[in-house]
Design a protein around this ligand. Structure first.
Ligand code: KIV
Length: 289
């Protein structure tokens, strides 16, 4: 069952209630011209309607990342994340945004089996959420899948370098590209993914020098996370950036300290409840005098 409402300004059935139009795949792709991106692309993760509403005016792309496995569901990795989770959260983020392009991660096990499996999963995500693109992890090995999807109406964001869904093969979440062989592989992976038709590529956990090389040599915009300021844009997990977790990777910069603020607010509430200082006359219903 579809859970979204179309809100593009071009829909006759449901004209957009807001001015302007969502960012489109061609508009995002066109931000990089002749190997240069004048204005870096701003991407953040979002998993819920309210967070999408708050982030939307500041971003070009909202990514419904499978990092929701750890951030929302407390799972040990992204491996157990399901299509159902991605569809439910993807639909919520589309409902909470009107400006950003919304892209949804394809979860582990939903696309690697065959081209047909990848198409069925991606089509389901797009139908059930209303998102404009999907993201999948992997380099050269995934190029045929990206080609298959993009030729069938499904815009794809690639993801190279540290690919968290492969944590069991990689053995951890350390930065990639430390050896010459690994560095060369990251560059050839990014080129293969771009040649296959990806309109954007996330480069995660990559040595700065390699990320810069990828950004300079690959024609499509490269979005860095733990990569390089030379990338064509940046993405962070929003909850990391807002300071909701005490432990974060080295590449995260905290722009707020929400964990402390939430703890302090919950503490004040608890104190007032225990002291019967909440609710007061202002928060209770009384007969009108
Ligand atoms: O799942 C995710 O949030 C991601 C970003 C970290 C790029 O893939």
């Amino acid at each position: 069952m579809s859970t979204f409402t179309i809100d593009t300004a071009t829909s006759r059935a449901t004209p957009s209630p807001v001015p302007g139009k969502r960012m489109t795949v061609p508009a995002i792709r066109a931000r990089k011209q002749d190997g240069r991106t004048e204005q870096p692309i701003v991407m953040l993760t979002a998993y819920t309607m309210r967070m999408a509403q708050l982030l939307d005016p500041h971003c070009e792309v909202l990514l419904v990342g499978d990092s929701l496995g750890q951030v929302i569901y407390g799972l040990p990795s992204t491996v157990p994340v399901t299509l159902e989770m991605m569809c439910a959260h993807g639909a919520a983020v589309v409902r909470g945004s009107w400006h950003s392009l919304v892209a949804v991660d394809m979860p582990f096990g939903s696309y690697e089996g065959s081209l047909e499996q990848a198409f069925a999963s991606a089509a389901r995500i797009m139908k059930e959420t209303g998102c404009a693109a999907v993201k999948l992890e992997g380099g050269e090995a995934m190029a045929p899948t990206i080609d298959f999807l993009t030729h069938r109406g499904i815009p794809v964001i690639g993801h190279v370098g540290l690919t968290p869904q492969a944590v069991n093969v990689l053995g951890g979440y350390g930065a990639r590209g430390k050896s010459v062989t690994e560095a060369k592989k990251i560059v050839s992976d990014a080129k293969a993914v771009a040649d296959a038709g990806a309109f954007l590529i996330v480069a995660e956990g990559v040595m700065e020098e390699i990320a810069t090389k990828v950004a300079r040599e690959v024609p499509v915009p490269i979005i860095g996370i733990g990569a390089s300021a030379e990338c064509d844009g940046q993405v962070l997990v929003t909850e990391d950036m807002l300071g909701l977790f005490e432990r974060t990777p080295r590449f995260v910069k905290r722009y707020a300290d929400l964990a402390s603020e939430i703890g302090a607010a919950a503490g004040r509430y608890a104190d007032e409840v225990r002291a019967r200082a909440f609710p007061t006359a202002e928060q209770t219903y009384r007969p009108k005098s």
